[in-house]
Design a protein around this ligand. Structure first.
Ligand code: HEM
Length: 482
């Protein structure tokens, strides 16, 4: 029989319908190893969900270079116009658990893995160019305000606005979250941003600072709060249905990649800190440069192994692309691989979806999930240095030295930082209807929050733009504090 059912050890199974019992009424026999194996496996079908971004939707695709940027970077993925690289995308909401409804107001994750010829490059971004906090020390505190209250086990509007109103650096991201862009209709209708400042370095060893922007080619579509309530009433899986469905139909969503490039020494001249994740770089100063197109064209055959077990990490970087002094990025370089070792296991990078499509040679050894053969051709070369012809370092991929300076200190990141101009500029770009929706979205999100906290937050809105403060105050039935 070609398609014969077996146990995990390959032993043929004679009966998959009836357990082994003493007499037709039972009890069961301890020796029914087939039943035991089935029940034991079921108990192990879940792994910990991601501590944030647990609910997600993903697909495979291709990145194609359309414009030459080799003057800025030697990264193999950008090496020639027309070059195609396989990639994987996973979109997500931040706060909701795995079973959360898709159409919830939240920032969307925009995580990309590019299987380049020199290893995997992961760009783990969001659908927003900025973030709520600028110091990683505050990230777990911020996330606690997004998750459930310890006593009520409910989300808490009070916790969110208490934290935000005490953290004015969040104003820019809060304004985006409460605007139309805070609730896209489906993943295809939103942009993605690397958000952080990264670096590029070229063949000559010259460094540039860079920001990545993936602009949707499908246009932006958003839901109002009322429309979203309607959608969630019908289906909790609207994003999965839309993304999976469009790819199944052969309508492949696309995004155009642009970069903003800043010469290395400009970072000392800008009026704002270009490594501050709560700020954007004005496009007038650093225009968008077109690079290529990303297309999602293949659904996963197995959601668990290809999307749930995907491990995206900002520490997956390739020659030609590097980090920046951004304090948030620096901490993320640690946090993700640490999360993956806990969530997926020691050798998570060897799982099919994470495994690079370029050669991998390293000297890490045993541990859980050591299910692959020796990485190095000669099994005697299991330490380094060795005289067994084992893998060796390649100085030609060394990043140019990064100039840094300063005394070690816990610098107050709130001192001398303008948290109001950029959110105010964004607010002033909105038309009247967009402003009204912003006010009413904020009012809805402030339901149940004590007035004292609302007023503290309204003061921030008013500092960004008096009309912003007044609009929100009116929507929540209060006056702007004088
Ligand atoms: C997921 C930590 C800030 C985007 C995660 C995960 C952790 C984490 C532990 C779960 C990883 C996993 O289990 O696979 C942090 C820390 C941050 C931070 C410590 C700040 C210091 C950010 C920022 C962005 C971002 C600024 C976007 C610009 C994402 C995305 C995912 C994620 C998209 C989901 C990745 C996926 O689809 O698997 N983050 N995060 N995070 N984070 Fe962050």
């Amino acid at each position: 029989m070609a398609n014969r059912l077996t146990t995990t050890a390959g032993n043929p199974v004679a009966d998959n319908q009836n357990s082994l019992s003493a007499g037709p009424r039972g009890p069961l026999l301890m020796q029914d190893y087939q039943l035991l194996e089935k029940l034991a496996h079921q108990n192990r079908e879940r792994i910990p969900e991601r501590v944030v971004h647990a609910k997600g939707w993903g697909a495979h695709g291709t990145f194609t270079v359309t414009h030459d940027i080799t003057q800025y970077t030697r990264a193999e993925i950008f090496s020639e116009v027309g070059k195609k690289t396989d990639m994987l995308a996973r979109f997500s909401t931040v706060a909701g658990e795995m079973g959360a409804a898709d159409a919830e107001r939240d920032v969307r994750g925009f995580a990309l893995k590019f299987y380049t010829g020199e290893g995997n490059w992961d760009l783990v971004g969001n659908n927003t160019p900025v973030f709520f906090v600028r110091d990683a020390y505050k990230f777990p505190d911020f996330i606690h305000t997004q998750k459930r209250h310890p006593r009520t086990n409910l989300r808490s509007n009070t916790a969110m606005w208490d934290f935000w109103s005490l953290s004015p650096e969040s104003l820019h991201q809060v304004t985006i979250l409460m605007s139309d862009r805070g609730l896209p209709t489906a993943p295809m209708y939103m942009n993605g941003y690397g958000s952080h400042t990264y670096s590029f370095w070229n063949d000559k060893g010259e460094r540039y600072w860079v920001k990545f922007h993936f602009k949707t080619r499908q246009g932006h579509l958003h839901l109002t709060n009322a429309e979203a309530a309607e959608v969630v009433g019908q289906t909790r899986e609207s994003y999965q249905e839309a993304l999976y469905g469009t790819i199944e139909k052969g309508e492949f969503p696309q995004w155009t990649l642009f970069v903003q490039i800043m010469p290395e020494t400009d970072a000392e001249k800008t009026s704002y800190n270009p490594f501050d994740l709560t700020k954007v770089w004005p496009h007038g100063d650093y225009p968008l440069i077109e690079v290529g197109v990303m297309e999602l064209n293949r659904n996963a055959e197995n959601y668990f192994t290809e999307i749930e077990m995907a491990a995206f990490s900002p520490s997956n970087i390739v020659p030609g692309i590097g980090f920046s002094p951004d304090k948030m990025l620096q901490a993320r370089v640690f946090s993700y691989a640490d999360a993956h070792r806990y969530r997926l296991g020691t050798h998570y990078e060897a799982l099919p979806v994470n495994r690079p499509k370029s050669p991998v040679h390293h000297y890490h050894k045993d541990g859980s999930m050591r299910f692959f053969d020796n990485f190095n051709e000669n099994p005697d070369a299991y330490y380094e240095p060795n005289s067994m012809n084992g893998p060796q370092e390649d100085p030609s991929v060394a990043e140019p030295p990064l100039r840094i300076s300063g005394d070690a200190e816990r610098y107050n990141h709130r001192e001398g930082n303008d948290d109001y101009t950029q959110p105010g500029n964004l607010f002033r770009l909105f038309n009247d209807e967009q402003k009204q929706r912003l006010f009413s979205n904020i009012a809805a999100a402030m339901e149940g929050v004590p007035d004292e906290i609302k007023l503290r937050q309204i003061t921030h809105f008013a500092k960004a733009d008096p009309a912003y403060g007044e609009g929100v105050a009116k929507a929540v039935g209060l006056s702007v504090p004088t």
